[in-house]
Design a protein around this ligand. Sequence first.
Ligand code: CS2
Length: 497
Amino acid sequence: MKTYKLNSQNLPQLSETVSIPQYDRSKVKAGIVHVGVGGFHRAHEAYYTDQLLQNETAGNWGICGVALLEYDAKIYNTLKEQDGLYTLVVKELDGTLTKRVIGSIVEMLYAPENPMKVIEKMASPAIKIISLTITEGGYNYNEATGEFNFETPAIQYDLENPKAPKTIFGYITQALKMRKEKGLEGITIQSCDNIQGNGHMAEKMLLSYVKVAEPTLVTWINENVSFPNAMVDRITPATSTTYISSLKETYGIDDAWPVVCEPFKQWVIEDNFAAGRPAWETVGAQFVDDVVPFEKMKLSLLNAGHSVLGILGDLMGYATIDESVNNEEIQRFLNNYMNLEVTPTLAGLEGVNLKEYKKSLLQRFGNIYIKDQIDRICSESSAKFPIFILPTVNKQLENKGSIGFASFVIAAWAVYSLGKNENSEPLIIKDAMKTILNEKAVAAKENPAAFLEIASIFGKLKDAETFVNAYTTSYHNIVKYGVEKCIITMNNSILNL
Ligand code: CS2
């Protein structure tokens, strides 16, 4: 089959095998700067925006993607060469593929190459929104103090080198300062990360930094910048090379970095935009007054569910989420966790059928065509557990509810952090806190509670006796009997109640 390199020039040829943007991309101007052009952004906000550009004359809402870190050089170079174009491959539940070339990313900038260019772009009048997918850990929040972490070397660097920053806080601060000096209108900072109150978090962390870096800017930000909260959802595994070659061989699309995702998508946003916004509601996003209940539901059921399946599954030797959830006992365990420990903490979800939501999660996790990597799910667990699982434990402790299943998963994480699965094979652990996690996991062999001493993850949980007891019992049981036997016993004990 004749193959075509994916770029603007070749789009007409490619339109025979794949659907392509039906709008004139050369006329689309960027109104959004997006930082963090990973798979999730490309399956979510960029997808919604592409649909929007398709439907109406929304030509001022294109996206300028920013690759912030040196690590992002590859995606920058790829998208630059492909004129911002990439293929989104939706894996339907029956295994069929829906493919579409997405055209909403109309510019790309690589921050390490020219930081000032990024600052100037963020400060240009046409830009109305700076949106972010900088990961849970990217907000620089310290669980132990509840505050911004100034100790990070990159933050120290930014304080000393304001004109050539490295972190998102340094960039946004300089851009807002420039907007103020130019007398421009306000702007929206829109977090698209999996954090409870992600807008509030972005606001709190940014203001903490600004108070130190540019104190005179605080009032202007308070008056001119909005930070809507949002719940974002679409399962997007890391792109494997198989997809790259199959797109090429089967469809003639030579795309160096396509994105593969599930059909489900959801975006619930607070309607709080300081300088206008795209009509994303016309393409399926929901605008609501209070997004907090939706966020809680998604983080504590979907994302926590992922971590449960990831940690237990990895220890048992599974490689993908569908393998893990299709183990009957793990699935029963997850159901018990969701029903007995998470559901009691969720209130005020009007218009959402929780029972259906949980059922749909099992179906989404079980999609055998997605092949979502357990390594992806377990990566950066030190930033995920405090957001996905620990709030449930704290709430349940407060209400004297069940915490056995959550405690078990945390104990399993301590065992996991030793770096081997139950077949003694090495685990691939990617985590900014990997060293300390491993040190504490080694200490936990003698005294399981040692793992809970990492205050920036566990906060005060190490002092919660009920929790420490449940966790310690689970730890000993896992070491003695292995995960599967333990969860069978736990699941059966629930059945017998
Ligand atoms: C996952 C998320 O990273 C994780 O642990 O739970 O990436 C998840 O797939 C997305 O939030 C789905 O919306």
